[in-house]
Ligand binder design. Structure first.
Ligand code: NDP
Length: 434
């Protein structure tokens, strides 16, 4: 705290991880002797840079860009890029810190990183987005590469922005290097199944957790917040697995459709149209739109999947969900539940799937994209999806086993943190004092 004053999101993420590690540190005194906690909490490198760009009026605008290269014990730095006005050093560091353990959980050879800018893509023209993104990559290209650091998308960064970044990287480095970014278009080196991976993975994890507890997704009512990349494909897979998704949202508010959300409409509005979710009710008059995001958690449901942003489920929202009989919560977004909310779920025996485990499918398929790029091959959708399903089941098993081994059976927060941490700590010890 003294070293990172005001970085509240970063402190929250560290607190959650370190609180789970107490039983590990008791069992493994070498971690303390090797100062693993002091080392792991300090990024290997934190880069902050100026991003100047010309708007459509010819005026020079300036944003701030970041890349935190947090830990490379297991492999090249890997983690998404976020464009959102709320981005600052604390947000980037919390995301980068979580990414270390998430990436370790996937079982793939990737280190932890995150980046972004306090740029607001809303209301910007396509030309402005391109000029901003090119300026961002002009600087970032000095620090990344297929074996060094491989960014991907996140909030505000989808296929379009990845395409512009990829083009600019090529220009800066004098040629095509497929493996420098993931989430690329399928036509120029991207992987089938990457777009769906985070959302599908969250649903696969939920499926594994429910089955292990004698329940199923089939027949459940679900709420999925957000209506971006993660949310849309979480809704799609949950529906395929038999759930009825009754509500989703964006930063203006949420829609409620008692008979089940029509995903074709949501995809058209959000993936093709750049529209607000409120417009859904124009085509589906039986549905209702409600301003404000937090109200979505007051709707009764069996399963809640927060898939929008950090701290979207607070104390109050968690209490409402519990009072309405929620059976399971799965975090599609990063750190969407406050520490108090997690406490409420755990103390009321709500099955809780933490982000590091539940949303690891996106980065897992990104690592599969890197593998395909290196081998100059392209797998089918079914092959990638099959591997994703297996990876999510493996993450569930590893987390549940670690929870059992360290004396808190079924506590997936503890299990996921411990399982990821042990892999990283072991690699750090092997590599000496670096
Ligand atoms: P998108 O930009 O595609 O979608 C984000 C969605 O969340 C939009 O509906 C957006 O609404 C809403 N949202 C964003 N910020 C806020 C806010 N402050 N309050 C309320 N709603 C908000 O992002 P993704 O779907 O990619 O990311 C969603 C979450 O999942 C993030 O936490 C991200 O870190 C995490 N994640 C993403 C992965 C990926 O592969 N994309 C991988 C792992 C985690 P609006 O359009 O109005 O802004």
């Amino acid at each position: 705290k003294a070293r990172n004053p005001h970085q509240v999101e970063f402190q929250q993420a560290v607190k959650e991880v370190f609180a789970s590690l107490i039983p590990v540190l008791e069992k493994h005194p070498e971690y303390m002797k090797q100062s693993i906690l002091e080392r792991i909490v300090e990024p290997e490198r934190m880069i902050s840079f100026r991003v100047p760009w010309l708007d459509d009026e010819g005026k020079i605008q300036v944003n701030r860009g970041y890349r935190v290269q947090f830990n490379s014990a297991l492999g090249p730095y890997k983690g998404g890029i976020r464009f959102h006005p709320s981005v600052n050093e604390s947000i980037i560091k919390f995301l980068g810190f979580e990414q270390i353990f998430k990436n370790a959980l996937t079982g793939q050879p990737i280190g932890g990183a995150k980046g972004g800018a306090d740029f607001d893509p809303k209301g910007k023209s396509d030309a402005e987005i391109m000029r901003f993104t090119q300026s961002f990559m002009t600087e970032l290209s000095n620090y990344i590469g297929p074996d060094q650091d491989v960014p991907a998308g996140d909030i505000g960064v989808g296929a379009r922005e990845i395409g512009y970044m990829f083009g600019q990287y090529k220009k800066m480095r004098g040629g095509y290097q497929a493996g420098v970014l993931t989430g690329k278009g399928v036509g120029y080196g991207g992987s089938l199944g990457r777009k769906e991976a985070t959302g599908y993975g969250t649903a696969y994890f939920m499926d594994a957790m429910l089955k292990d507890n004698g329940l199923t997704i089939d027949g459940c009512t679900a709420i999925v917040s957000g209506s971006g990349n993660v949310s849309i494909y979480a809704m799609e897979k949950m529906t395929q697995l038999g759930a009825k998704v009754i509500a989703c949202s964006d930063s203006n508010g949420y829609i409620y459709d008692e008979g089940g959300i029509n995903l074709t409409t949501v995809k058209r509005l959000k993936e093709e149209g750049n529209c607000r979710i409120s417009e859904y009710v124009n085509e589906h008059p039986q549905a209702t739109f409600h301003e404000g995001c937090s109200g979505i958690w007051s709707l009764p449901c069996d399963i809640a999947l927060p898939c929008a942003t950090q701290n979207e489920i607070d104390n109050e929202a968690a209490k409402q969900l519990v009072a309405n009989g929620v059976k399971a919560v799965g975090e599609g977004a990063n750190m969407p539940s406050t520490l108090e909310a997690i406490e409420i779920f755990m103390s009321h025996q709500v099955l809780f799937a933490p982000a590091k485990a539940a949303n690891a499918g996106g980065v897992a398929v990104s690592a599969l994209e890197m593998a395909q790029n290196s081998a100059r091959i392209a797998w089918s959708f079914e092959e990638v999806d099959g591997k994703l399903h297996q990876i999510m089941q493996n993450i569930y098993q590893a987390s549940i086993q670690a929870a059992e081994e360290y004396g808190q059976p079924r506590n997936l927060v503890l299990g996921a943190n411990i399982s990821g941490f042990k892999k990283v700590a072991a690699a750090m010890i092997s590599q000496g004092v670096i």
